[in-house]
Design a protein around this ligand. Structure first.
Ligand code: NAD
Ligand code: TYD
Length: 342
């Protein structure tokens, strides 16, 4: 099965490439990524010489880049490519609209023209907005995004739906809760707090720290996506989550405890505007219909993740100094060079 994985140099995309190459001997993967600050080919060093893996430097919002890639007999597209950080979307939402909305439209349209069999749009629970103290998001919950990031993902979900309805395309939308695990860029809560704690720097907790997220290990997310790729029903939305709600302060305290660092490192800082209070996902459709179940308990996954960041100091230092970018941008300066590899 030939897969076009967009955004495969990012956190979840790279974990998915490792997963699928390991689990499926018949998988052939084209990793299509334009290498923004969040794209790091070091995440894929172990598979870079696998003959079933090819990297193409390309932009999902560029019709020519996408068309060239889809000429290669791709059977399924899994769209991970996105701008993903809420705080950045508050500072400037333009890249979010370009990549997340326009990029998804370009991919959908090219996939329609090339008659790609399956299109999976990797979305997020953030499209549903915020919950009060009770309740969970189901696939029927209304879309009520509160940040420019969430709004751009919701727009992409609606385009995916429209392509499915209008052109009878086999499109599936997945909405997962907050992921954590190896290779996550240290702008997101868990890796940022781990790295700051390791260096005895302050841990910035927004507002009162009582905001709640439903954490899932990235490996459980990847297993869910494989399941949906092989058995998912076209036209459906699948929530993905593992019912492991934790308040931010609880997560930060656990990190400090595991690393035997002082809670005095916690620093309460100004809150994020329109900060969603609570996310919680009802994933029973996926569990009941496709038999998927999360396997990694949060405390175990968190301890493993901390160990991963501690023992991958080269990766961490390249990411923190930005050297991975200079290196790969020089290497793949001419986008067409990588297209020739196909
Ligand atoms: P990430 O920020 O780590 O990676 C995004 C990747 O997309 C990077 O490699 C980047 O270079 C690439 N990219 C960005 N713009 C591109 C463009 N125009 N063309 C080609 N490539 C481009 O993101 P992530 O955390 O791995 O998230 C992957 C997907 O999963 C996103 O769509 C996100 O909305 C969704 N998601 C993330 C989470 C989470 O907790 N991280 C949860 C649910 C859903
Ligand atoms: P984040 O990892 O940015 O994911 P999202 O906003 O997409 O859920 O943030 C997770 C939670 O942690 C969110 O409630 C905001 C909070 N947070 C902090 O308190 N401090 C920080 O430095 C960051 C990055 C996040």
């Amino acid at each position: 099965m030939k897969l076009l994985i967009t955004g495969g140099a990012g956190f979840i995309g790279s974990n998915f490439i490792h997963h699928i190459l390991k689990e499926r001997r018949d998988a052939q993967v084209v990793n299509f990524d334009c290498l923004t600050y969040a794209g790091n080919l070091e995440n894929l060093a172990e598979v870079s010489s696998d003959p079933r893996y090819t990297f193409v430097r390309g932009d999902i919002a560029c019709v020519q880049d996408v068309e060239k890639c889809l000429n290669q007999g791709v059977e399924a597209v899994i769209n991970f490519a996105a701008e993903t950080h809420v705080d950045r979307s508050i500072l400037d939402s333009s890249a979010f609209v370009r990549t997340n909305v326009q990029g998804t439209q370009v991919l959908l349209e090219a996939s329609r023209q090339k008659k790609v069999s399956t299109f999976i749009q990797v979305s997020t629970d953030e499209v549903y907005g915020s919950l009060g103290e009770r309740g969970e998001f189901t696939e029927e919950s209304p879309l009520a995004p509160n940040s420019p990031y969430a709004a751009s993902k919701a727009a992409a979900d609606l385009l995916a739906r429209a392509y499915c309805k209008t052109f009878n395309m086999d499109v599936i939308v997945t909405r997962c809760s907050n992921n954590y695990g190896p290779y996550q860029f240290p702008e997101k809560l868990i890796p940022l707090m781990i790295l700051n704690a390791l260096e005895d720097k302050p841990l910035p907790v927004y507002g009162d720290g009582l905001y709640t997220r439903d954490w899932i290990h990235v490996k459980d997310h990847c297993r869910a996506l494989e399941c949906i790729l092989t058995e998912g029903h076209p036209g459906r939305i699948y929530n993905i989550g593992s019912n492991q709600e934790r308040q931010n302060l609880e997560v930060v305290r656990q990190i400090l405890e595991i690393l035997r660092k002082s809670p005095d490192l916690i620093q309460f800082v100004k809150d994020r505007p329109a900060h969603d209070r609570r996310y919680a996902i009802d994933a029973t459709v996926l569990q009941r219909e496709l038999g998927w179940k999360p396997q990694i308990p949060f405390e175990e996954g968190l301890a493993d993740t901390i160990r991963w960041y501690e023992s991958n100091s080269d990766w961490v230092s390249h990411v923190c100094t930005g050297t991975y970018q200079e290196y790969y941008h020089r290497m793949y300066e001419t986008r067409d060079e990588t297209l020739k590899n196909l």
